[in-house]
Structure formats: structure tokens, C-alpha cells
Design a protein around this ligand. Structure first.
Ligand code: CA
Length: 172
């Protein structure tokens, strides 16, 4: 799974990137809206974590440009704003979920898993590749029905390989 984090607060950005990597995600980062939009347009991500108040280009504009370009990458909005009207605006603008700062890390991880699962059309959190079954909820892998012990890094590689396989399909 490949995730883009767009956040201009250095400490929060660093913490998020580290936590997501520990969870087995391949993580790209952007410290302003323009860089975030550029990366989101250039690469295929399984999800984008997007702050709203960003230098150069605000999160709303990033989201609008992505959706305008028919990019359906699931977006989790991250913001200090906590007004209901902002939440509604975020969801109307094509965000998939909304998280208000300060947030608990495990909640962010759970919501991220949920929007990725919804967007990939997997009602269940398992993905089968030949004889190998990857459970994205428990981050476990089974081969021929037998659990395979993997480190977080090895699991990330399994997931990366799946991403590469999916993204290398030619455009219609
Ligand atoms: Ca910010």
C-alpha cells in the first residue's frame, strides 16, 4: 500500500510518516499543497492524507483539482477545524473521510484502512494472489492456508509488489 501524506507541520509530518511506515505502508510526503498535488497527479496512491491549511495551495484546492482531474484516490482530510460546516464541505468536495486534530493515531490508521478498503471494493480485508492470501486488517499473510511469519518490512514488500502489479497495467 502506498500513501501520500500532505502536511506542513514538520513534527506531525515526521510522526505520521514514521507511524505509517511502521504499519507497513510505503509513504511519500509533501510539505505544501502544490507539492502534494504534483505528487498525487504523478503517482498512483492507495490513499492520501491531506491537511487543509497548507502553504502554496490549500487542501481544498488540492482536493478540487484532483477530483476535477478525475483522480479517485481516497482522501482523508486532516484539519484543526472542527466545525460541522467544514466537515460537510470536506465530504461534499469529494473527501472520503475527515479527521479533526488532535487525533489518536490508531483512529487515523483505522480510518485509512477503511477508505482504502472501500475504494478497492473489498468488502473483506483480504486480497488473494495465487496461493497467497494477504489480510490487510491484521497485516498477516497465509500461503496454502498456513500463516507466514513476516516482519513489518517484509509485509510492506508484499504489499508493494501488489501495488506494482496493479499499477503496471497499461492505460486503456
Ligand atoms: Ca497545516
Amino acid at each position: 500500500m502506498r500513501v501520500l501524506v500532505v502536511e506542513d507541520e514538520p513534527d506531525l509530518l515526521r510522526g505520521l510518516v514514521q507511524s505509517l511506515q511502521e504499519e507497513g505502508y510505503a509513504v511519500d510526503q509533501a510539505a505544501d499543497g502544490l507539492e502534494g498535488l504534483t505528487k498525487a497527479e504523478m503517482w498512483e496512491y492507495d490513499a492520501i492524507v491531506l491537511d487543509l491549511m497548507l502553504p502554496k495551495m490549500g487542501g481544498w484546492d488540492v482536493l478540487a483539482r484532483l477530483r476535477g482531474a478525475k483522480k479517485k484516490t481516497p482522501v482523508l482530510i486532516l484539519t484543526a477545524r472542527d466545525k460541522v460546516s467544514d466537515r460537510v464541505r470536506g465530504l461534499d468536495a469529494g473527501a472520503d473521510d475527515y479527521l479533526v486534530k488532535p487525533f489518536a493515531l490508531h483512529e487515523l490508521l483505522a480510518r485509512l484502512r477503511a477508505i482504502i478498503r472501500r475504494s478497492s471494493g473489498h468488502a473483506e480485508a483480504t486480497i488473494q494472489i495465487g496461493d497467497v492470501v494477504v489480510d490487510t486488517a491484521t497485516k498477516s499473510v497465509k500461503k496454502f492456508g498456513v500463516a507466514v511469519a513476516l516482519t513489518a518490512r517484509e509485509y510492506a514488500l508484499v504489499n508493494c509488489w501488489r501495488c506494482i502489479a496493479a499499477s503496471s497495467l497499461p492505460e486503456p
